[in-house]
Design a protein around this ligand. Structure first.
Ligand SMILES: Cc1ncc(COP(=O)(O)O)c(C=O)c1O
Length: 423
Protein backbone atom coordinates (compact mmCIF):
# COMPACT_ATOMS: atom_id res chain seq x y z
CA UNK A 1 0.00 0.00 0.00
CA UNK A 2 1.41 3.31 -1.13
CA UNK A 3 0.56 5.57 1.78
CA UNK A 4 3.16 8.27 1.10
CA UNK A 5 1.78 8.84 -2.39
CA UNK A 6 -1.81 9.95 -2.12
CA UNK A 7 -4.48 12.44 -3.15
CA UNK A 8 -5.20 15.52 -1.10
CA UNK A 9 -8.10 17.65 -2.36
CA UNK A 10 -7.99 15.75 -5.67
CA UNK A 11 -4.30 16.58 -6.21
CA UNK A 12 -1.65 13.89 -6.20
CA UNK A 13 1.07 14.37 -3.59
CA UNK A 14 4.39 12.66 -3.16
CA UNK A 15 4.81 13.01 0.59
CA UNK A 16 4.06 16.73 1.12
CA UNK A 17 4.70 17.98 -2.42
CA UNK A 18 2.12 18.17 -5.22
CA UNK A 19 3.14 16.14 -8.27
CA UNK A 20 2.30 19.12 -10.50
CA UNK A 21 4.87 21.29 -8.68
CA UNK A 22 7.58 18.68 -9.25
CA UNK A 23 6.72 18.30 -12.93
CA UNK A 24 6.62 22.09 -13.45
CA UNK A 25 10.00 22.52 -11.75
CA UNK A 26 11.93 19.51 -13.08
CA UNK A 27 10.12 18.65 -16.34
CA UNK A 28 8.78 15.32 -17.55
CA UNK A 29 9.18 12.41 -17.82
CA UNK A 30 10.33 12.39 -14.21
CA UNK A 31 10.98 9.64 -11.69
CA UNK A 32 10.04 10.66 -8.15
CA UNK A 33 10.70 8.52 -5.08
CA UNK A 34 9.29 8.91 -1.59
CA UNK A 35 12.08 8.38 0.93
CA UNK A 36 9.64 7.68 3.76
CA UNK A 37 7.84 5.02 1.73
CA UNK A 38 11.19 3.24 1.31
CA UNK A 39 11.83 3.57 5.05
CA UNK A 40 8.34 2.26 5.90
CA UNK A 41 8.70 -0.78 3.67
CA UNK A 42 12.18 -1.53 4.96
CA UNK A 43 10.93 -1.29 8.54
CA UNK A 44 7.99 -3.60 7.76
CA UNK A 45 10.53 -6.23 6.73
CA UNK A 46 12.73 -5.57 9.76
CA UNK A 47 9.76 -5.88 12.09
CA UNK A 48 8.43 -9.09 10.52
CA UNK A 49 11.79 -10.82 10.17
CA UNK A 50 12.86 -9.55 13.58
CA UNK A 51 11.34 -12.75 15.01
CA UNK A 52 14.28 -14.64 13.50
CA UNK A 53 17.38 -14.07 15.63
CA UNK A 54 20.15 -12.37 13.61
CA UNK A 55 18.11 -12.29 10.39
CA UNK A 56 19.68 -9.92 7.86
CA UNK A 57 18.12 -7.94 5.04
CA UNK A 58 20.29 -7.51 1.97
CA UNK A 59 18.71 -5.01 -0.42
CA UNK A 60 18.85 -6.22 -4.04
CA UNK A 61 20.42 -3.32 -5.90
CA UNK A 62 19.10 -4.37 -9.28
CA UNK A 63 15.66 -3.08 -8.33
CA UNK A 64 16.87 0.51 -8.02
CA UNK A 65 20.52 1.47 -7.88
CA UNK A 66 20.28 5.24 -7.72
CA UNK A 67 23.29 6.12 -5.53
CA UNK A 68 21.29 8.46 -3.27
CA UNK A 69 18.53 5.88 -2.84
CA UNK A 70 21.26 3.39 -1.96
CA UNK A 71 22.77 5.79 0.55
CA UNK A 72 19.34 6.15 2.13
CA UNK A 73 18.84 2.37 2.33
CA UNK A 74 22.32 1.71 3.69
CA UNK A 75 21.60 4.24 6.45
CA UNK A 76 18.49 2.21 7.34
CA UNK A 77 20.87 -0.61 8.19
CA UNK A 78 20.58 -3.10 5.37
CA UNK A 79 23.21 -5.08 3.52
CA UNK A 80 23.44 -5.32 -0.27
CA UNK A 81 22.75 -8.07 -2.77
CA UNK A 82 24.66 -7.37 -5.99
CA UNK A 83 25.13 -8.99 -9.40
CA UNK A 84 28.13 -7.23 -10.90
CA UNK A 85 31.32 -5.36 -10.09
CA UNK A 86 29.32 -2.23 -10.92
CA UNK A 87 26.76 -2.95 -8.23
CA UNK A 88 29.47 -3.80 -5.67
CA UNK A 89 31.15 -0.50 -6.53
CA UNK A 90 27.89 1.41 -6.07
CA UNK A 91 27.11 -0.41 -2.82
CA UNK A 92 30.54 0.42 -1.36
CA UNK A 93 30.31 4.04 -2.49
CA UNK A 94 26.87 4.28 -0.90
CA UNK A 95 28.02 3.19 2.53
CA UNK A 96 27.30 -0.55 2.61
CA UNK A 97 29.98 -2.42 4.52
CA UNK A 98 31.95 -4.99 2.46
CA UNK A 99 30.99 -7.78 4.88
CA UNK A 100 27.29 -7.06 4.27
CA UNK A 101 27.53 -7.46 0.49
CA UNK A 102 26.85 -10.61 -1.51
CA UNK A 103 27.52 -11.18 -5.21
CA UNK A 104 25.12 -13.40 -7.15
CA UNK A 105 24.71 -13.87 -10.91
CA UNK A 106 24.88 -16.77 -13.31
CA UNK A 107 27.58 -15.23 -15.50
CA UNK A 108 30.15 -13.49 -13.35
CA UNK A 109 33.15 -12.30 -15.33
CA UNK A 110 36.68 -12.71 -14.03
CA UNK A 111 36.61 -8.98 -13.37
CA UNK A 112 33.44 -9.31 -11.25
CA UNK A 113 35.06 -12.12 -9.23
CA UNK A 114 38.38 -10.29 -8.80
CA UNK A 115 36.56 -7.15 -7.73
CA UNK A 116 34.51 -9.10 -5.15
CA UNK A 117 37.52 -11.01 -3.79
CA UNK A 118 39.67 -7.89 -3.78
CA UNK A 119 37.07 -5.94 -1.76
CA UNK A 120 36.61 -8.89 0.64
CA UNK A 121 32.83 -8.84 0.34
CA UNK A 122 30.69 -11.09 2.56
CA UNK A 123 30.06 -13.90 0.11
CA UNK A 124 30.21 -14.85 -3.55
CA UNK A 125 27.15 -16.88 -4.48
CA UNK A 126 28.39 -19.57 -6.82
CA UNK A 127 25.95 -20.77 -9.48
CA UNK A 128 27.81 -23.66 -11.15
CA UNK A 129 30.54 -26.21 -10.65
CA UNK A 130 32.77 -24.50 -13.18
CA UNK A 131 32.27 -21.13 -11.51
CA UNK A 132 33.47 -22.64 -8.22
CA UNK A 133 36.72 -23.66 -9.90
CA UNK A 134 37.18 -20.20 -11.37
CA UNK A 135 36.47 -18.44 -8.05
CA UNK A 136 39.05 -20.66 -6.37
CA UNK A 137 41.61 -19.94 -9.11
CA UNK A 138 41.02 -16.18 -9.04
CA UNK A 139 41.22 -16.12 -5.23
CA UNK A 140 44.49 -18.10 -5.36
CA UNK A 141 45.90 -15.66 -7.91
CA UNK A 142 45.04 -12.79 -5.57
CA UNK A 143 46.48 -14.64 -2.54
CA UNK A 144 43.08 -14.62 -0.85
CA UNK A 145 40.41 -16.99 0.40
CA UNK A 146 36.94 -16.27 -0.99
CA UNK A 147 33.88 -16.92 1.15
CA UNK A 148 31.31 -18.65 -1.03
CA UNK A 149 27.71 -19.77 -0.86
CA UNK A 150 26.15 -22.23 -3.27
CA UNK A 151 22.98 -21.18 -5.04
CA UNK A 152 20.83 -24.23 -5.28
CA UNK A 153 18.01 -24.57 -7.74
CA UNK A 154 15.29 -26.29 -5.71
CA UNK A 155 12.95 -26.89 -8.69
CA UNK A 156 10.09 -24.97 -7.11
CA UNK A 157 7.39 -23.22 -9.10
CA UNK A 158 7.24 -19.63 -7.84
CA UNK A 159 3.83 -19.20 -9.52
CA UNK A 160 4.83 -15.84 -10.93
CA UNK A 161 5.33 -14.52 -14.48
CA UNK A 162 7.52 -17.04 -16.41
CA UNK A 163 10.02 -14.28 -17.25
CA UNK A 164 10.76 -13.69 -13.55
CA UNK A 165 10.64 -17.28 -12.37
CA UNK A 166 14.12 -18.54 -11.50
CA UNK A 167 13.79 -21.66 -9.33
CA UNK A 168 12.66 -24.27 -11.84
CA UNK A 169 15.14 -26.83 -13.08
CA UNK A 170 14.74 -25.57 -16.66
CA UNK A 171 15.83 -22.08 -15.52
CA UNK A 172 19.50 -21.13 -15.92
CA UNK A 173 19.96 -20.21 -12.26
CA UNK A 174 21.70 -22.10 -9.50
CA UNK A 175 22.99 -25.63 -9.17
CA UNK A 176 20.49 -28.43 -9.50
CA UNK A 177 19.66 -29.54 -5.96
CA UNK A 178 20.45 -33.17 -6.81
CA UNK A 179 24.01 -32.27 -7.81
CA UNK A 180 24.78 -29.51 -5.35
CA UNK A 181 26.03 -31.83 -2.57
CA UNK A 182 28.87 -32.91 -4.88
CA UNK A 183 29.75 -29.26 -5.49
CA UNK A 184 29.71 -28.62 -1.73
CA UNK A 185 32.07 -31.56 -1.15
CA UNK A 186 34.46 -30.15 -3.76
CA UNK A 187 34.23 -26.68 -2.21
CA UNK A 188 35.25 -27.79 1.27
CA UNK A 189 38.36 -29.46 -0.12
CA UNK A 190 39.51 -26.33 -1.94
CA UNK A 191 42.25 -24.19 -0.45
CA UNK A 192 41.16 -20.77 -1.57
CA UNK A 193 37.46 -20.94 -0.93
CA UNK A 194 35.55 -21.20 2.30
CA UNK A 195 32.03 -22.58 1.92
CA UNK A 196 29.82 -20.61 4.31
CA UNK A 197 26.30 -20.61 2.92
CA UNK A 198 23.46 -21.96 0.87
CA UNK A 199 21.38 -19.63 -1.26
CA UNK A 200 18.20 -19.90 -3.26
CA UNK A 201 16.08 -17.35 -5.12
CA UNK A 202 13.05 -18.81 -6.84
CA UNK A 203 11.59 -15.76 -8.56
CA UNK A 204 10.29 -12.24 -8.31
CA UNK A 205 6.86 -10.74 -7.56
CA UNK A 206 5.70 -13.73 -5.53
CA UNK A 207 2.20 -13.18 -4.23
CA UNK A 208 1.85 -16.24 -2.01
CA UNK A 209 4.20 -17.69 0.51
CA UNK A 210 3.74 -21.40 -0.26
CA UNK A 211 6.55 -21.50 -2.88
CA UNK A 212 8.95 -19.88 -0.36
CA UNK A 213 8.02 -22.53 2.18
CA UNK A 214 8.52 -25.29 -0.39
CA UNK A 215 11.96 -23.91 -1.22
CA UNK A 216 12.78 -23.54 2.48
CA UNK A 217 11.88 -27.18 3.05
CA UNK A 218 14.24 -28.26 0.24
CA UNK A 219 17.01 -26.05 1.66
CA UNK A 220 16.47 -27.51 5.12
CA UNK A 221 16.81 -31.08 3.87
CA UNK A 222 19.83 -30.13 1.82
CA UNK A 223 21.62 -28.39 4.70
CA UNK A 224 20.86 -31.27 7.08
CA UNK A 225 22.19 -33.70 4.44
CA UNK A 226 25.42 -31.71 4.27
CA UNK A 227 25.65 -31.74 8.05
CA UNK A 228 25.52 -35.53 8.01
CA UNK A 229 28.48 -35.41 5.63
CA UNK A 230 30.33 -33.23 8.13
CA UNK A 231 29.84 -29.99 6.15
CA UNK A 232 28.76 -27.10 8.33
CA UNK A 233 26.72 -24.26 6.83
CA UNK A 234 26.46 -21.01 8.76
CA UNK A 235 24.34 -18.87 6.44
CA UNK A 236 21.10 -19.57 4.59
CA UNK A 237 19.93 -16.95 2.12
CA UNK A 238 16.33 -17.43 0.98
CA UNK A 239 16.60 -14.80 -1.78
CA UNK A 240 14.21 -12.01 -2.66
CA UNK A 241 10.93 -12.08 -4.51
CA UNK A 242 8.35 -10.65 -2.10
CA UNK A 243 5.67 -9.18 -4.33
CA UNK A 244 3.82 -5.90 -4.09
CA UNK A 245 0.32 -4.85 -5.10
CA UNK A 246 0.30 -2.95 -8.39
CA UNK A 247 -3.48 -2.67 -8.72
CA UNK A 248 -5.42 -0.14 -6.63
CA UNK A 249 -2.15 1.25 -5.23
CA UNK A 250 -4.24 4.37 -4.68
CA UNK A 251 -8.00 4.31 -4.16
CA UNK A 252 -10.16 7.37 -4.68
CA UNK A 253 -13.82 7.89 -5.46
CA UNK A 254 -12.92 9.53 -8.78
CA UNK A 255 -10.71 6.62 -9.86
CA UNK A 256 -11.90 3.32 -11.30
CA UNK A 257 -11.53 0.31 -9.01
CA UNK A 258 -9.03 -2.03 -10.64
CA UNK A 259 -10.06 -5.64 -10.97
CA UNK A 260 -7.85 -8.72 -10.48
CA UNK A 261 -6.10 -7.09 -7.52
CA UNK A 262 -3.06 -9.11 -6.55
CA UNK A 263 -2.96 -11.16 -3.42
CA UNK A 264 -0.11 -10.10 -1.13
CA UNK A 265 2.25 -12.10 1.00
CA UNK A 266 1.64 -11.62 4.70
CA UNK A 267 5.15 -10.80 5.94
CA UNK A 268 4.53 -12.08 9.46
CA UNK A 269 3.36 -15.50 8.25
CA UNK A 270 6.25 -15.67 5.79
CA UNK A 271 8.82 -14.83 8.47
CA UNK A 272 7.28 -17.38 10.83
CA UNK A 273 7.29 -20.11 8.15
CA UNK A 274 10.93 -19.41 7.31
CA UNK A 275 11.84 -19.38 10.98
CA UNK A 276 10.08 -22.71 11.54
CA UNK A 277 11.80 -24.36 8.58
CA UNK A 278 15.24 -22.86 8.73
CA UNK A 279 16.14 -22.13 12.33
CA UNK A 280 19.14 -24.43 12.45
CA UNK A 281 21.79 -24.12 15.17
CA UNK A 282 24.63 -21.79 14.25
CA UNK A 283 22.98 -20.68 11.02
CA UNK A 284 21.96 -17.11 10.26
CA UNK A 285 19.13 -16.32 7.83
CA UNK A 286 19.33 -13.72 5.08
CA UNK A 287 16.68 -12.32 2.76
CA UNK A 288 17.35 -10.30 -0.39
CA UNK A 289 14.31 -8.18 -1.25
CA UNK A 290 14.51 -5.57 -3.96
CA UNK A 291 11.02 -4.84 -5.23
CA UNK A 292 9.37 -4.85 -1.80
CA UNK A 293 11.72 -2.16 -0.50
CA UNK A 294 11.44 0.35 -3.33
CA UNK A 295 8.60 -0.40 -5.80
CA UNK A 296 5.84 1.47 -3.98
CA UNK A 297 8.03 4.52 -3.38
CA UNK A 298 8.26 5.49 -7.04
CA UNK A 299 6.09 7.30 -9.56
CA UNK A 300 6.86 8.21 -13.13
CA UNK A 301 5.35 11.59 -13.98
CA UNK A 302 4.60 12.06 -17.64
CA UNK A 303 2.62 14.56 -19.70
CA UNK A 304 0.04 13.85 -22.33
CA UNK A 305 1.33 14.89 -25.75
CA UNK A 306 -1.61 13.90 -27.91
CA UNK A 307 -4.98 12.29 -27.76
CA UNK A 308 -5.59 10.30 -30.88
CA UNK A 309 -8.81 8.63 -31.93
CA UNK A 310 -8.44 5.76 -34.37
CA UNK A 311 -11.20 3.61 -35.84
CA UNK A 312 -10.69 1.01 -33.11
CA UNK A 313 -9.12 2.74 -30.16
CA UNK A 314 -8.36 5.95 -28.36
CA UNK A 315 -4.67 6.48 -27.77
CA UNK A 316 -3.27 8.80 -25.13
CA UNK A 317 0.31 9.46 -26.22
CA UNK A 318 2.53 10.50 -23.31
CA UNK A 319 6.10 11.82 -23.21
CA UNK A 320 7.51 8.78 -21.35
CA UNK A 321 8.38 5.74 -23.41
CA UNK A 322 9.28 2.11 -22.94
CA UNK A 323 12.92 3.19 -22.81
CA UNK A 324 12.09 5.06 -19.57
CA UNK A 325 9.96 2.30 -18.05
CA UNK A 326 10.15 -1.07 -19.69
CA UNK A 327 8.04 -3.27 -17.45
CA UNK A 328 4.90 -3.24 -19.54
CA UNK A 329 6.81 -3.83 -22.78
CA UNK A 330 8.92 -6.59 -21.16
CA UNK A 331 6.27 -8.61 -19.39
CA UNK A 332 2.96 -6.84 -19.82
CA UNK A 333 3.34 -5.63 -16.25
CA UNK A 334 0.36 -3.74 -14.88
CA UNK A 335 0.85 -0.29 -13.34
CA UNK A 336 -1.95 1.91 -12.09
CA UNK A 337 -2.08 5.22 -13.95
CA UNK A 338 -3.70 8.27 -12.38
CA UNK A 339 -4.11 11.90 -13.42
CA UNK A 340 -2.16 14.23 -11.14
CA UNK A 341 -5.35 16.31 -10.77
CA UNK A 342 -8.66 14.51 -10.53
CA UNK A 343 -11.85 15.85 -12.04
CA UNK A 344 -15.28 14.31 -12.07
CA UNK A 345 -15.04 13.28 -15.72
CA UNK A 346 -16.16 9.65 -15.79
CA UNK A 347 -14.01 6.90 -17.32
CA UNK A 348 -13.50 5.56 -20.81
CA UNK A 349 -11.13 2.91 -22.20
CA UNK A 350 -7.85 4.19 -23.68
CA UNK A 351 -4.40 2.89 -24.56
CA UNK A 352 -1.67 4.90 -22.85
CA UNK A 353 1.32 4.72 -25.17
CA UNK A 354 4.76 6.28 -25.49
CA UNK A 355 6.58 7.90 -28.42
CA UNK A 356 8.96 4.98 -29.14
CA UNK A 357 8.78 3.22 -32.49
CA UNK A 358 7.62 -0.14 -31.15
CA UNK A 359 4.07 -1.41 -30.83
CA UNK A 360 4.95 -2.72 -27.37
CA UNK A 361 5.69 0.85 -26.25
CA UNK A 362 2.64 1.12 -24.02
CA UNK A 363 1.86 1.53 -20.33
CA UNK A 364 -1.77 0.44 -20.41
CA UNK A 365 -4.00 -1.19 -22.99
CA UNK A 366 -7.76 -0.70 -23.07
CA UNK A 367 -7.71 0.76 -19.58
CA UNK A 368 -10.63 2.70 -18.11
CA UNK A 369 -9.21 6.10 -17.21
CA UNK A 370 -10.55 9.55 -16.44
CA UNK A 371 -10.54 11.89 -19.43
CA UNK A 372 -7.00 12.95 -20.45
CA UNK A 373 -5.96 15.59 -22.93
CA UNK A 374 -2.82 17.36 -24.16
CA UNK A 375 -0.84 18.92 -21.33
CA UNK A 376 -2.42 16.85 -18.55
CA UNK A 377 0.04 15.33 -16.10
CA UNK A 378 -0.33 11.66 -15.24
CA UNK A 379 1.51 9.43 -12.80
CA UNK A 380 2.44 5.84 -13.51
CA UNK A 381 2.52 4.28 -10.05
CA UNK A 382 4.66 1.68 -8.29
CA UNK A 383 7.68 2.17 -10.53
CA UNK A 384 10.38 2.45 -7.84
CA UNK A 385 11.65 -1.05 -8.67
CA UNK A 386 12.86 -2.17 -12.10
CA UNK A 387 11.90 1.24 -13.49
CA UNK A 388 14.90 3.50 -13.99
CA UNK A 389 17.27 0.57 -13.36
CA UNK A 390 16.27 -0.99 -16.68
CA UNK A 391 15.79 2.26 -18.58
CA UNK A 392 17.77 2.74 -21.78
CA UNK A 393 18.51 5.36 -24.41
CA UNK A 394 16.55 3.52 -27.10
CA UNK A 395 15.45 5.86 -29.90
CA UNK A 396 18.27 8.14 -28.63
CA UNK A 397 16.09 9.45 -25.87
CA UNK A 398 17.94 11.00 -22.91
CA UNK A 399 16.96 9.31 -19.64
CA UNK A 400 14.68 11.17 -17.18
CA UNK A 401 15.80 12.90 -13.99
CA UNK A 402 15.26 11.21 -10.61
CA UNK A 403 13.98 13.11 -7.57
CA UNK A 404 13.96 11.98 -3.96
CA UNK A 405 11.27 13.54 -1.77
CA UNK A 406 11.35 13.58 2.00
CA UNK A 407 8.33 15.35 3.49
CA UNK A 408 8.35 18.81 1.86
CA UNK A 409 11.92 18.61 0.60
CA UNK A 410 12.71 17.42 -2.92
CA UNK A 411 16.16 17.01 -4.38
CA UNK A 412 17.53 15.89 -7.70
CA UNK A 413 19.30 12.57 -7.19
CA UNK A 414 20.12 12.12 -10.85
CA UNK A 415 20.13 14.84 -13.47
CA UNK A 416 18.06 14.50 -16.60
CA UNK A 417 20.35 13.41 -19.41
CA UNK A 418 20.97 15.91 -22.18
CA UNK A 419 21.49 15.37 -25.89
CA UNK A 420 25.24 15.66 -25.25
CA UNK A 421 25.02 12.59 -22.99
CA UNK A 422 24.01 10.59 -26.05
CA UNK A 423 27.42 11.08 -27.70
C1 LIG B 1 19.48 -13.46 -6.76
C2 LIG B 1 18.41 -12.45 -6.59
N1 LIG B 1 18.17 -11.96 -5.35
C3 LIG B 1 17.23 -11.02 -5.14
C4 LIG B 1 16.46 -10.53 -6.18
C5 LIG B 1 15.44 -9.48 -5.88
O1 LIG B 1 14.17 -9.88 -6.21
P1 LIG B 1 12.90 -8.98 -5.83
O2 LIG B 1 13.17 -7.64 -6.39
O3 LIG B 1 11.77 -9.66 -6.47
O4 LIG B 1 12.80 -8.98 -4.35
C6 LIG B 1 16.65 -11.02 -7.47
C7 LIG B 1 15.82 -10.52 -8.58
O5 LIG B 1 15.84 -10.95 -9.68
C8 LIG B 1 17.66 -12.00 -7.69
O6 LIG B 1 17.91 -12.48 -8.90
Amino acid sequence: MTDKISFQDNRLFIEDIPATDLADKYGTPLYVYSANQIANNFRNLERAFGIIPHAKILYALKANSNPEVLRYISALGGGADTVSAGEIFLALRSGFRPASISLAGVGKTDHDIDFAVGRDIGTIIVESDEELTIVSQRAAALGRTARVSLRINPDVDARTHPHISTGLKENKFGINIDRAAETAKRAVKMKNVELIGIHSHIGSQLTEHAPFVEAAESIRKFVLGLKREGIRIRQIDVGGGIGVRYRNAIRHKLLPVETKEEQCIDLDSLAKAIKDKLSLPGCEILIEPGRYVVAESGVLLTRVLYRKESAERTFVVVDAGMNDMMRHALYSAYHQIVPAELKNSGFSPVDVVGPVCETTDAFAVQRDLPSLKRGNLVAILTVGAYGYSIASNYNSRPKPAEILVEKDYARVVRDRETLEDLI
